[in-house]
Design a protein around this ligand. Sequence first.
Ligand code: B12
Length: 384
Amino acid sequence: MVHSRPSSAAEFTQLAHDAARAAGASLVRITAATRDEHAQRAMAESFARGDFATWGYTSEYAQAATDPANILPGARSVICIAVAYATPKLRYRPLHGRVSNYAWSSDYHRRMRDLLAEVASALDTAAGASVTAIACDTKPLAERAFAAQSGLGWIGKHTNLIASTVGSFVFLGEVITTLDLVADAPTKKTCGACTRCVTACPTQALRGDYTIDATKCIADLTQRTDAIPRALRAQIGDYVWGCDRCQEVCPPTIAAGFTQDPQAAPLDDALAHPSLTALLRLRSGEFKRRYAKSAMGWRGAAVLRRNAAVALGNALDRSAIPALGQALREDPHPQVRGHAAWALGRIGAPQALAILRAQQRNEMDTLVLDEIRAALEPLSLAGR
Ligand code: B12
């Protein structure tokens, strides 16, 4: 512990570590805030390939995100912080949706912002001036690249940072500072020949060369607000928000075990493990009450209803037909009606087909009509 006002780089470094640990960080490492040209190239290449087409990232973004001075002019150091969030897997029941571990607790953005603000405030107070800026998720910063440079861990073939001893189920956050701090060295660890995540990915989004086609990643598919590509819907299975498959099979992540942090616990059973028919009926009042505190709240209720329709289609359970039929007839959002049509077609029972054919005569929206047509097509029933 530093007791007097710090003056040297070593003392400020110690203060940063102590403050981060006291605020709840699982791991803390430091790197120089220099532009990362390697990451800039890697990012620009993946944007040019279209791997992030749903995010609209550009080479300008790659340039900005790999230079911390864009967030804090005069930046000299980046304090990289990992907070572990792995909790035991929930026991899933039929006709219930799967939510990824990061999203079932209180929204990590708030948690990380409070933690990072405490570290920043300790440094500002000790320096007697404002010398910091914080970043977590929402600022243009290549968080994983700086975390890897700092030795917090290494970037795995699933493209997540695998934090040494803590695994990849970690949130990342950074305090950028104009202070010169003592930098740590990157780790020499790598994934070696392991390709478990590549094999486990249900949509083959991971290439095995440390790159991802994010447009295929279930985390992306369940967050997008436009239609989920039909060819990928069946592979989403029962996930209604995010996906953990690539990390669940990752050996160092498994070896790291679970956190005891109560803040990582599920907010409530209905959020972490929702009944799919209840989720399909989710309206904005209940959505606000239940999801506002979670990281699942930012896309709105219709996206969750749409995802519930897909998961119900994948459950291939005829008992879901009445709920899907009601969504097809009555949901105010065309995306939800369209995906309900797909789900009915996937279940394919005579009752589902009768509902689709009846609604083909009543539906006015061209997007939904197209989904109904596609759902009926395999059975050559369209227009009969
Ligand atoms: C957009 C985004 C997504 C997109 C795209 C994911 C992706 N792989 O980029 C989607 C919606 C798919 C997504 C999903 C998830 N995300 Co996300 N996401 C982001 C966000 C906002 C931007 C990421 C970005 O810029 N991507 C563009 C790519 C090209 O850049 P990059 O992956 O960051 O960095 C690459 C280069 O730096 C280069 N590189 C640089 N140096 C080096 C060195 C070596 C040796 C190598 C090999 C490569 C390399 O390779 C890196 C990896 O591809 C970040 C927050 C942030 N600002 O960083 C969170 C973030 C990456 N997500 C996070 C999380 C938790 C997730 C999910 C686990 C959530 C879930 N369960 O559903 C999944 C994981 C899916 C996966 N396998 O990647 C965490 C990751 C924590 C960690 N341990 O790495 C972050 C950091 C948020 C946070 N602050 O905690 N996410």
